[in-house]
Design a protein around this ligand. Structure first.
Ligand code: ADP
Ligand code: MG
Length: 426
């Protein structure tokens, strides 16, 4: 479906044209008319399917149609991370490049004063992370009384990251009559619960069968001993002449360590995680996009929502604790229909995690042993220690799966499960 059948203004269509979009994506086709009608919407579509334009375009259209030209905050968008907030605001500016309005992005980790100054001068759209927005509310430097449209982006991530209480506090400060949109990559029970409280008889849009778009990503598991992962990674990067590689680790510590090692191996790498200042993260991302940094070594939370065009390689140096995070990680590649590779280096300790992922995907990922890096069957599996933050993030999942997990970990500690699970291939 073309964008011109969606009742969007010439200014918006011109901006869409400038962005190079040809057709509206399925989620955009469904969501845009509903939002223009003023409906509350609960929309779920896989990462990379164009949800941002799904809410931004009709929001801008309504702003354009509105007779009220005062610079009061009429649209409020919440995102789980700073990078995502910056990205959404950037998109809104692009889609609205032929319109007159002010959008402001509000997040922590940077000085609050310039934000106060701009708020004071008046803005139409605010894109914010919950923490800093609450700071402004407490200091009464923001007024949300005029909000007409409230958008929760990446709601599933928000819940995972423990933002539910913050979100509730923010909602309490909004006018009772407003339009609400909730976007999520997945539809869990928790999301439906949140939607029940937040949305007013919403129209539900579920575009793709869950996880179908990850099928565009070529996935591969390379079994390898833990001690040899780094060597293998450097070797693969060199042999394949890989450029622009997003590497995931489970911990900040490992991200730092691996970054150092890759640099020692002559591969320009930068760590990207929550202990880095906002300025450092923004700069690293810029260098990575420019191709000056070859490998970005990131943790799950930091990397969430990063949109890099045509990112060809995602490497799971360590598998994530949560199977859903695997989907999010590999969603960083093969975006908007492009080709991408997701390669997981899996040691014997991680077989349980791999099984969890394959259960969620509902298929087994192809395995390939690299000559010279065969696993040593004498190395016994060790349990993976979880760090504090991941435990906090996963508390609810933990409870649910406690019994199952113990059972699985007992099993994966036995040698037989290892030799059975790493299939012989090539
Ligand atoms: P999501 O929020 O669903 O993960 P995004 O909104 O971040 O996805 O969009 C992913 C990528 O697809 C972005 O680079 C965006 O510019 C691009 N995109 C969005 N809509 C379209 C479209 N209709 N045609 C082509 N590319 C699009
Ligand atoms: Mg998104």
């Amino acid at each position: 479906m073309l964008f011109n059948s969606l009742n969007l203004s010439k200014e918006l269509l011109d901006a869409i044209h400038k962005k190079g979009y040809q057709k509206a994506s399925p989620v955009q086709q469904q969501v845009i008319p509903l939002v223009l009608e003023g409906k509350d919407v609960l929309a779920s579509a896989q990462t990379g399917t164009g949800k941002t334009a799904g809410f931004s375009l009709p929001l801008l259209q309504k702003l354009q149609n509105s007779k009220d030209k005062s610079s009061q905050i009429k649209g409020l968008i919440l995102t789980p991370t700073r990078e995502l907030a910056a990205q959404v605001a950037e998109n809104i500016r692009e889609y609205g490049c032929y319109l007159r309005f002010k959008a402001l992005v509000i997040y922590g980790g940077v000085s609050i004063n310039p934000q106060k100054y701009k708020l004071n001068k008046g803005v139409d759209i605010v894109v914010a992370t919950p923490g800093r927005l609450l700071d402004h509310l407490q200091q009464q430097t923001i007024n949300l009384d005029s909000v007409e449209m409230f958008v929760l982006d990446e709601a599933d991530r928000m819940l995972d990251m423990g933002f539910i209480r913050d979100i509730r506090k923010i909602i309490k400060t909004l006018p009772a009559v407003r339009q609400n949109l909730l976007f999520s990559a997945t539809f869990s029970k928790e999301i439906r619960l949140l939607a029940n409280n937040l949305l007013n008889s919403p129209t539900v849009v579920e575009v793709t069968p869950p996880y179908s778009t990850v099928d565009k990503v070529k996935q591969l598991v390379i079994p390898v001993d833990k001690q040899r992962k780094r060597e293998l990674l450097s070797y693969q990067i060199g042999m394949g002449n890989w450029q622009q590689i997003l590497v995931f680790t489970r911990t900040k510590h490992m991200a730092n360590r691996l970054t150092e090692r890759l640099n020692e191996d002559g591969i320009i790498a930068s760590a990207f995680h929550g202990n880095k200042s906002q300025a450092a993260r923004t700069n690293t991302l810029k260098q990575f996009k420019l191709g000056k940094v070859r490998a970005l070594v990131a943790t799950d939370i930091a990397a969430r929502g990063i949109d890099i065009n045509a990112l060809p390689y995602v490497i799971n140096y360590e598998l994530p604790y949560l199977p859903e995070d695997y989907i999010h990680r590999i969603g960083r590649t093969a975006r908007a229909g492009q080709e991408g590779y997701a390669i997981s280096l899996v040691c014997v300790d991680e077989i349980k995690l791999l099984k969890g992922i394959e259960k969620l995907l509902n298929y087994q990922i192809e395995q390939k042993i690299i000559a010279g890096f065969e696993i040593d069957p004498r190395i016994p599996p060790e349990p993976i220690r979880k760090n504090k933050t991941s435990i906090k993030r996963n508390k609810s999942n933990f409870k649910k799966n406690r019994n199952k997990k113990n059972y699985n970990s007992r099993r994966s500690r036995s040698k037989s499960s290892k030799s059975k699970y790493f299939r012989k291939s090539n």
